[in-house]
Design a protein around this ligand. Structure first.
Ligand code: BGC
Ligand code: ZN
Length: 368
């Protein structure tokens, strides 16, 4: 079968013939891959800055944002059945007994670093025709979400972040969950208008936050119109400094960073509000060191009771939340949700898409 592969040693990206996988355990499930999304991580792997092939393999089959259809299930499989649409989780636990997160199924918090990630680190991914995995990593998606379900994985990043924001903000007894009477502390700024930022903004709007997306206007896409269509505001970074942004927003209770750019992120941290939370989701590439006003940031962190955390990957609960949210987005903002997927490409044309860089919002490989 065909697979999209990255050869780090040879510095090559190409579609290869890859052996078709077979079910080898009673809880194994075989999927026909329908769609795979391409993100910044994939582009980093395709430029040989990130990613590790499985032991003994010269190449890594990439792809971690996926949608598949069950075509065969092992004898003990209970969670899924042939015909089901599923989104498969990315990360697999490390083998170490002392890693409590992995031993409790929370490999998204793996403490040894020896986890594997399908399509990223030590395990082949989903940009291929068939995949076999254990049912325990699969999440069933309603058939009605067929055309947008490939967005579930990038949305899990926001779901995990928002869950942790509420855990942190449970320190503020007067802050009621958004949507409920007396809700407060719900002014959010999303930094960046790529897929992670836009999906995060949708999730924040749905969670009851007054949400402002702050981003550099890029390309011909009308991001301001898109953002307005799902009930958030848009501020172009070219037209407003972070100080002006903060003036417009009021107390910034939450920053959801989705750029991977340190300079603008730490500038934004300087205007973070009181009792606020700043969440980092972007992974910056190695660049020259930047200058920042560390005294000001430290002073604000202390005097304003601020919390800064980073978050990566996602739990099963986050996948379930993402699938529920996609259904809700589709109900409320069907056109906006569709607009996040700006192009679909055949597997054979995926190499160019990976190497070209993001032209639109989300590029998707349509496999079947
Ligand atoms: C993926 C995560 C993964 C992270 C780090 C992201 O692009 O969505 O699942 O944990 O990269 O490898
Ligand atoms: Zn990703």
């Amino acid at each position: 079968m065909k697979a999209l592969a990255v050869f780090p040693a040879r510095r090559a990206v190409q579609v290869v013939d890859h052996p078709e996988p077979a079910i080898t355990s009673p809880t194994g499930v075989r999927l026909r891959m329908l769609e795979v999304g391409i993100c910044g991580t994939d582009r980093e792997i395709a430029s040989f800055q990130y990613g590790t092939p499985p032991p003994g393999s010269e190449y890594l089959v990439i792809g971690h944002e996926s949608l598949g259809e069950v075509v065969e299930a092992g004898s003990a499989v209970r969670r899924v059945k042939p015909g089901d649409l599923v989104v498969t989780m990315v990360r697999r636990p490390c083998p170490h007994a002392e890693c409590l997160p992995c031993r409790q199924g929370r490999q998204d918090f793996c403490s040894t670093g020896d986890f594997t990630e399908r399509g990223i680190k030590g395990a082949h991914g989903f940009a291929t025709e068939f995949v076999v995995d254990d049912e325990s990593y699969m999440n069933v998606v309603p058939g009605a979400l067929r055309d947008v379900a490939v967005l579930a994985e990038p949305l899990t990043i926001a779901e995990k972040a928002i869950t942790q924001v509420w855990q942190v903000q449970s320190r503020l007894p007067w802050v009621a969950p958004p949507g409920s009477a007396g809700a407060s502390a719900h002014r959010a700024v999303v930094l960046g208008a790529g897929p992670v930022g836009l999906l995060g903004a949708m999730a924040l709007v749905r969670a009851g936050f007054a949400t402002t997306v702050y981003s550099r206007a890029s390309g011909p896409l009308d991001k301001a119109g898109l953002v307005a269509s799902f009930g958030a505001s848009y501020v172009a970074a070219e037209t407003a400094t972070v100080e002006q942004l903060a003036e417009r927003v009021g107390n910034i209770d939450l920053v959801y960073e989705a750029t991977g750019a340190a300079r603008v992120s730490f500038r934004m941290m300087e205007v973070l509000g009181s009792n606020a939370v700043f969440v980092f989701t972007g992974v910056p590439g190695r660049k020259a060191p930047i200058e920042l006003d560390a005294d000001l940031i430290m002073r604000n962190l202390v005097l304003n009771n601020q919390v800064v955390f980073g978050t990566v990957n996602a739990s099963r609960a986050d996948y379930e939340a993402a699938i529920r949210d996609l259904a809700a987005f589709r109900e409320r903002w069907p056109a906006a949700l569709q607009r996040l997927i700006t192009a679909r490409h055949p597997l054979g044309g995926a190499t160019q898409v990976l190497l070209a860089g993001p032209g639109g919002i989300k590029d998707v490989i349509a496999i079947a």
